[in-house]
Write a protein that binds this ligand. Structure first.
Ligand SMILES: Nc1ncnc2c1ncn2[C@@H]1O[C@H](COP(=O)(O)OP(=O)(O)O)[C@@H](O)[C@H]1O
Ligand SMILES: [Mg+2]
Length: 232
């Protein structure tokens, strides 16, 4: 059964597209299953990335209207996982995406202004959870900085939203910034920080699999390769 994971935050620059570019290939690698990426943003940055990359990359389609989004389970039926890159512009598409998702992921970045868009999506998610108790929804900390006061307080700052936070944190790294311009994901790129970035993406993939399929996982944080997901 196809599982839909959506990466949502109605703030531009929250790192949604960068997460999708890198999580797509990482989830494919860690799970050994098929991944479809869905660009719901009319700016089509994810779709453009897929057009420009010459490397092996998951399939990408654009879904920018509400009626197609409602039908996403059928559209993505031949894939194991569908990852939706959210849009900053359209609240209607965002709430429709939540209603078809099996897991909602909301990036939060350590900057006071950025927390606004987070509040809007968290509210949509919470309202739906109160109504139907589904889908599970998690924050994840992105663009985190070492020795940065706001980064250190991130988990405390988002606590009032009363939603869980992924253990995996994404650091601010040159290699993530380079992805789009170089048309390569961190799974292929070799600029500064790529080893750590790969560990982050594999760790996030393992966490997602364990939330959706149950079971536990092991991440080797020192190496890029060894990674074990223990199902059931
Ligand atoms: N972990 C990261 N480290 C450094 N820069 C990042 C990271 N994640 C994203 N970025 C940069 O932040 C900007 C916004 O990211 P993007 O993925 O386009 O956000 P969104 O899709 O939410 O609008 C881009 O310039 C991107 O390269
Ligand atoms: Mg985007």
């Amino acid at each position: 059964m196809t599982k839909i994971i959506s990466v949502l935050n109605t703030k531009g620059g929250a790192t949604k597209t960068t997460t999708c570019i890198n999580l797509g290939p990482a989830l494919q690698e860690v799970s050994g299953k098929t991944v479809l990426l869905v660009d719901s943003d009319k700016q089509a940055l994810l779709a453009n990335f897929a057009k420009n990359t010459e490397l092996e990359f998951p399939d990408v389609i654009q879904v920018t209207d509400v009626s197609s989004m409602k039908n996403l389970k059928n559209i993505g039926a031949s894939y194991d996982y569908v990852i939706v890159d959210g849009t900053a512009k359209d609240a209607h598409i965002t709430s429709t995406t939540i209603s078809v998702s099996d897991l909602v992921l909301m990036p939060v970045v350590p900057s006071p202004i950025e927390l606004d868009g987070t509040q809007a999506v968290a509210q949509m998610v919470t309202e739906r959870l109160l109504l139907v108790d589904y889908p599970p929804a998690y924050f994840y900390c992105s663009k985190m900085k070492k020795n940065h006061a706001f980064s250190k307080r991130m988990r405390e700052i988002i606590e009032p939203f009363e939603l869980p936070v992924l253990l995996t944190e994404i650091q601010e790294r040159e290699v993530y910034r380079d992805c789009y311009g170089r048309s390569e994901s961190v799974m292929d790129l070799k600029t500064t920080g790529y080893r750590q970035a790969r560990v982050e993406m594999r760790s996030m993939s393992a966490e997602i699999i364990s939330i959706l399929e149950g079971g536990s996982y092991k991440v080797d944080t020192k190496e890029t390769g060894v990674m074990e997901v223990l199902h059931g």
